[in-house]
Design a protein around this ligand. Structure first.
Ligand code: NDP
Length: 457
């Protein structure tokens, strides 16, 4: 694909935004607060709305959750094949249509020792700003992050050659050679899945045995002719090698190399439960322990998705469990139907389809045109998009705001030499670039527009 050269900037850039207005339409108390921005949380928001209440959803720093990294989902009801980012977009749209209020922030503290529960939320864009949210019921859908090996070459090749979910990304390795790193049930499950597709599957296990709760299952999987186990071995480096990936292995006989087309990490995951340590019952690995269906050890707090499920880890199961959680929780909402608050109207942003469209827009616009360059699978872009929408509303008198998606308008990226996302470009009425920044430097845009307006006046 053409976009390979585009760099994705890190989420850290968001911390430099200071110009954001507060979120005035967020009230202080809700019947239920939903923590998380992935499939479980978004499904819960829709269900809360079905029950007649306006949900508040605190998305965390990565709206959409881990599903946005999946290229192809083929087991979501009603969809033959959908990308994780498209699915997350659809769910967000559905939740917004249902009236869900989105607060783009990170919960940094939770007091669940009293009623109502009290959550301290730190702004995604200005960490010096916090907001208190109270709720009598809470849904936790904070997800988990796959553990990484933290070895050289891993970050650079993550999600292009190295993956963390075989059912999400395995399809591209039909008849190819892959390696799985890990010696637990996840590694075995991934091996089972990939052995039906790939020509050869290597399992790299650091001990001389698997850590499994199902020895019979292990034996059946390892008997498959295209699976080969390399025991007592760790990976110390990954290197992209043309279309392939070369791994440096540390074996009992010394260093060795193995070249494959893709690698899958299955070395466990880390649930995002730090704020609940000592407050909710967690298991040894930090996953939330469920007591009554989806209810946690604290009554009125429910959980679903990867934060409490380390076995199935599927979008479908997360959605189903989130629905069960809200159906249970709604007995606590009370009888009073809350009037849904009006959300501020945001500006409709044109999605460019070509360079010709941009040129004609520039020619017909009396104001400068601001173009936001993004990619669907880019987490920093997802985190930045709500900020761009706020700027588009805030500065609608000064400029015309549009968006350019890599897969739709690549000629616009090429014409202005954009090789990293998120990026922002401002064109004057003659089509000349007068501002072009990417990564953390995007934060200069509001100052630039304000100065330009001041000069014009
Ligand atoms: P586990 O923690 O059970 O296993 C992780 C594996 O990765 C272990 O073999 C571990 O090695 C290895 N590992 C950890 N860190 C490294 C590293 N830095 N380098 C190399 N190897 C490493 O995680 P799973 O995700 O496999 O399973 C989590 C839980 O979910 C378990 O309770 C499991 O039983 C359950 N599960 C059940 C399934 C089922 O079908 N019933 C399917 C999937 C998961 P070591 O053994 O040396 O520590």
């Amino acid at each position: 694909m053409q976009m390979k050269k585009i760099v994705l900037f890190s989420l850290a850039f968001l911390l430099s935004f200071k110009q954001l207005p507060a979120t005035p339409f967020v009230k202080e108390e809700y019947p239920i607060v939903i923590l998380g921005g992935g499939v479980a949380a978004l499904t819960a928001a829709v269900q809360v709305s079905q029950a007649g209440f306006q949900p508040l959803i605190i998305t965390g720093p990565s709206p959409g959750g881990i599903i946005v990294q999946s290229h192809s989902i083929q087991n979501w009801p009603g969809e033959i094949d959908i990308s994780g980012s498209d699915l997350a977009d659809k769910l967000q749209k559905q939740a917004k249509n249902c009236g869900a209020i989105f607060l783009h922030g990170k919960v940094i503290d939770a007091d669940v020792s009293q009623q109502p529960f009290v959550f301290t939320v730190q702004s995604n864009t200005d960490p010096s700003k916090t907001q208190i949210i109270k709720a009598r019921t809470c849904f936790v859908g904070l997800g988990a992050v796959p553990k990484l090996l933290e070895v050289p070459g891993e970050k650079e090749n993550l999600f292009s050659k190295i993956f963390t979910c075989a059912p999400c990304d395995g399809m591209q390795f039909k008849n190819k050679t892959v390696a799985i790193i890990g010696g637990g049930d996840s590694a075995l499950t991934e091996a089972h899945y990939l052995s039906n597709l790939a020509q050869k599957v290597y399992l790299i296990v650091r001990k001389d045995q698997f850590r499994t709760i199902q020895p019979k299952n292990r034996d059946a999987i390892l008997a498959r002719p295209n699976i080969e186990v390399i025991y007592n071995t760790t990976v110390s480096e990954f290197q992209k090698n043309g279309q392939d990936l070369t791994m440096t292995l540390q074996t009992p006989k010394g260093a060795d190399q193995l070249t494959v087309q893709g690698a899958f990490l299955a070395i466990g995951s880390l649930p995002n439960t730090d704020i609940f340590k000592g407050k909710l019952e967690l298991d040894r690995e930090g996953f939330i322990v469920l007591k009554d269906q989806q209810e946690t050890s604290v009554p009125r707090i429910y959980a679903a998705g990867d934060v409490s499920d380390k076995v199935f880890k599927q979008a479908m199961t997360a959605a189903g469990d989130a629905t069960k959680a809200v159906l249970q929780a709604q007995k606590h909402f009370g009888n009073v139907m809350l009037t849904k608050a009006e959300q501020p109207k945001s500006v409709e942003l044109t999605e460019l389809s070509s360079l010709a469209e941009l040129r004609s827009l520039v020619a017909s616009s009396p104001k400068p045109v601001v173009v936001y360059f993004y990619s669907k699978s880019c987490s920093p872009c997802r985190a930045f998009s709500p900020t761009y929408e706020i700027w588009a509303t805030q500065f609608q008198d000064q400029a015309t705001f549009v968006k350019a998606l890599d897969s739709n308008a690549y000629d616009v990226f090429k014409a202005y030499n954009i090789n990293g996302v998120p990026a922002v470009l401002v064109l004057d009425s003659k089509g000349k670039p007068i501002f072009s920044e990417n990564g953390s430097r995007i934060a200069k845009l509001p100052d630039f527009l304000e100065n330009k307006t001041a000069q014009a006046n």
